[in-house]
Design a protein around this ligand. Structure first.
Ligand code: 7RM
Length: 697
């Protein structure tokens, strides 16, 4: 399918191009503060560096000569920039007419209106036409050395068979389908099969409990669930089908459960259950793609907020795909033929954008990592890098912090000379981890990018690359906005501040990858992201901007914590703990943890007449959290206190609790609003005693 433009589209594009060529538009050359990285032996200076070779689509902006000018046009004239990129980089059935129609005050975000396309065609068919035998997926199975390669032709056929199977059982355009699987080619095919027939997938991380699955499936009103008989991770079996069996009892909308087979073990098959591979064998290997509008839903993904239930973040077709693929190419310096490896699980947004959609849209070979960093030993990642000849490696700081505790020989004994780019995502990366990743893993020669983004942003928004070639990278800093991203920093009162400052990180204008709504609750979307600072998208994160204009993320400003890169609301954990009949009150705080980044600390108040001992209740509470949410959400510490510190209006003063557990109790700040100041001494004593008992803290 050729990229074509209708007459109207042509006219509009011409207007845009003419507009962008208007003389007198100030295009500043290189930004202040750009230094060349000295550790790089060879670099061409920006003056000889060809921006049109760097981004071929930029030929549409002939007046642009430097990287800085390209970045500026993307922010100053987003319609021109994104209009050209969407036209050139996506395969359209029908070209769009309007680049964007957005209004933050209403939470209205629309891109490429009038356009029609199919995401699966962009990710598969276009590459099958050009190079059917190129490897699309390398499935790095849990058992090292047993990887499976799948070509674009094979992935297209598998996707079509799966799509036809879904159709046969009544799944139609617009229906929601839950995917509860570990990282596997069939999981990727399931996502793409939904995209092909216009169904909306919601991938639920396979570490979530049955109750969490129920919550998401019911909120999305899913018609079907696609799962596996079992999962395999670090040599252990995960009973995925059994968890689904338990869940579907409470999911009235689910008509079918498709069961793929990861192991040879038999599992119970009930009324709703359909053996997936068997059905796929019978299905037609070709499936006509559904023609989708740019703003039809592609997927929803649940993520935690500061209050209540996780919210279903909605992403749509064209804008999301364009943003995921463009960031994949430019942040990681992906070149055709590279083997790209993002070790994230497909249950998170990182897996959606940088295991599946970004790389496949670019025709890349993408690695699906099923295992864990320590299985069968701490050399797993690097042995895989050597064996698969990986060029880009994208992972989480928590894994790096874990691995740097082991001998460097676990890294050094493997050949990592294929690596060019290393990436970090999900949480702040501390200096020690950054340096180890850069020096030991990357041999001081790879580019290491700390990438900041969110489920809601669809793709990377702040990252040291792309940039002018050879531009400096400051360790452990996300630094530079991506094309089209205009970060701003506001004070708590909502004042926009220029220059060096710390404050609330907001984004001042829409970009194609951003979320469109919260499923079933658009008002919550507006309230969460556009109310606090009218006119801006509020990220929920704080940031510092340096004199040079570089951004450093300082962490969440709300009650969201980040455990091993997994986002979680403290309110969710509190809600789970409150299920215990003997626990009337709880407060959960995030506190720094050496490996996990953050861990949960729960303060609980017990009923006076409880029949259980404290240790029994503590264990019961931990298992409630594991079964209501997931294992990773279980608090590391559960401390029984007589009362919680509250203001006179009854609000729990978490700030105080945080100071107690981070040993800052010498400076508790303003406690005058406390209802009863003696509660502080009480809690401090309880905490000291707890620490003594658990000398591990
Ligand atoms: C991609 C992802 C989003 C939250 C975000 C931040 C934190 C992510 C970084 C980071 C510091 C980073 N999506 N976060 N990346 N903090 N430096 N490079 O993680 O929706 O699951 O989480 O994660 O707080 O708001 S997410």
């Amino acid at each position: 399918m050729a990229a074509t433009l209708s007459e109207g589209g042509c006219r509009r594009l011409l207007q845009l191009l003419l507009l962008s060529r208007r003389p007198g538009l100030p295009l500043r050359r290189a930004a202040a503060g750009l230094k060349l990285q000295h550790s790089r032996g060879t670099h061409s200076r920006s003056s000889t560096w060809d921006v049109h070779a760097f981004m071929p689509e930029s030929a549409a902006f002939p007046q642009v000569r430097t990287y800085q000018e390209l970045l500026e046009i993307s922010v100053r004239d987003p319609d021109t920039f994104w209009g050209v990129l969407a036209r050139e980089r996506l395969r359209w059935v029908k070209p769009y007419q309007t680049v964007q129609d957005c209004d933050f005050s209403r939470g209205r975000v629309n891109w490429f209106l009038g356009g029609q396309l199919n995401v699966a065609v962009n990710c598969l068919d276009q590459h099958v036409h050009q190079s059917p035998d190129r490897v699309a997926l390398i499935w790095e199975r849990d058992e090292p050395g047993t990887e499976v390669k799948i070509t674009y032709r094979e992935l297209l056929e598998t996707t079509c068979r799966l799509a036809n199977t879904l159709k046969k059982y009544g799944v139609q355009k617009g229906d929601r389908v839950a995917i509860y699987m570990s990282v596997a080619p069939l999981a990727v095919a399931a996502m793409l099969a939904c995209a092909r027939i216009g169904a909306v997938h919601t991938v639920v991380f396979a570490g979530f409990s049955a109750i969490s699955l129920v919550g998401r499936v019911n909120d999305a009103k899913c018609k079907a669930i696609i799962t596996q008989n079992q999962g395999v991770r670090a040599g252990h079996i995960i009973e995925l089908k059994r968890i689904v069996d338990e869940a579907v009892k409470s999911c009235p909308t689910v008509k079918h459960v498709f069961v793929a087979h990861r192991t040879d073990n038999k599992v119970h098959m009930g009324n709703l259950d359909i053996p997936l591979e068997k059905e796929m064998d019978k299905a037609d290997p070709a499936c006509d793609p559904e023609i989708m509008n740019s703003e039809d839903m592609l997927f929803m993904l649940y993520t935690s907020g500061s209050t209540g239930q996780p919210k279903g973040i909605v992403h749509t077709q064209a804008g999301y795909l364009l943003y995921a693929s463009l960031t994949h190419k430019y942040v990681f310096d992906y070149k055709q033929g590279d083997i790209f490896c993002c070790v994230a699980d497909i249950g998170w947004i990182t897996g959606h954008s940088y295991v599946v959609y970004g790389p496949l849209c670019n025709g890349a070979t993408t690695v699906l990592f099923e295992s864990t960093p320590l299985y069968p030993n701490p050399g797993r990642y690097w042995e895989m890098v050597q064996r698969l000849k990986i060029n880009q490696f994208y992972g989480a700081p928590t894994a790096i912090r874990l691995l740097l505790k082991y001998e460097d020989s676990w890294v050094k004994k493997y050949d990592r000379s294929t690596l060019r780019t290393l990436g970090s995502v999900g949480e702040p990366i501390n200096h020690e981890a950054w340096e180890w990743f850069y020096k030991v893993v990357g041999e001081n020669r790879c580019t290491l990018v700390d990438t900041w983004w969110q489920t809601e942003t669809g793709g990377i928004c702040i990252s040291p690359r792309p940039s002018e070639e050879g531009a400096e990278i400051i360790p452990a800093m996300a630094m530079r906005p991506f094309f089209g991203i205009k970060p701003v920093i506001l004070t708590e009162e909502g004042r926009l501040i220029q220059g060096e400052v710390s404050g609330a990180l907001c984004i001042a204008q829409p970009w194609p990858g951003m979320a469109r709504t919260i499923y079933g609750d658009h008002q919550r979307f507006i309230d969460t992201y556009f109310k606090t600072f009218p006119g801006y998208y509020f990220t929920g994160d704080g940031a510092h901007r340096s004199q040079e204009g570089y951004y450093q993320i300082t962490g969440r400003m709300d009650d969201v914590i980040n455990i091993s890169g997994h986002r979680l609301g403290t309110a969710e954990i509190e809600d789970a703990l409150a299920e215990h009949p003997d626990v009337p009150e709880t407060a959960v705080i995030g506190f720094p943890h050496e490996i996990k980044g953050e861990a949960a600390f729960a303060f609980i108040v017990l009923k006076e007449d409880t029949a259980h001992t404290e240790p029994v209740i503590q264990e019961q509470l931990k298992s409630i959290v594991a079964s209501k949410i997931a294992k990773y959400a279980v608090p590391d510490h559960v401390l029984v206190v007589k009362r919680l510190p509250k203001t006179r209006s009854g609000k729990i003063m978490r700030r105080l609790l945080r100071k107690v557990i981070t040993d800052e109790s010498g400076d508790l700040g303003d406690t005058t609003t406390l209802d009863d100041p003696t509660v502080v001494t009480e809690i401090l004593e309880a905490f000291q005693k707890y620490k003594q008992d658990k000398s591990a803290m």
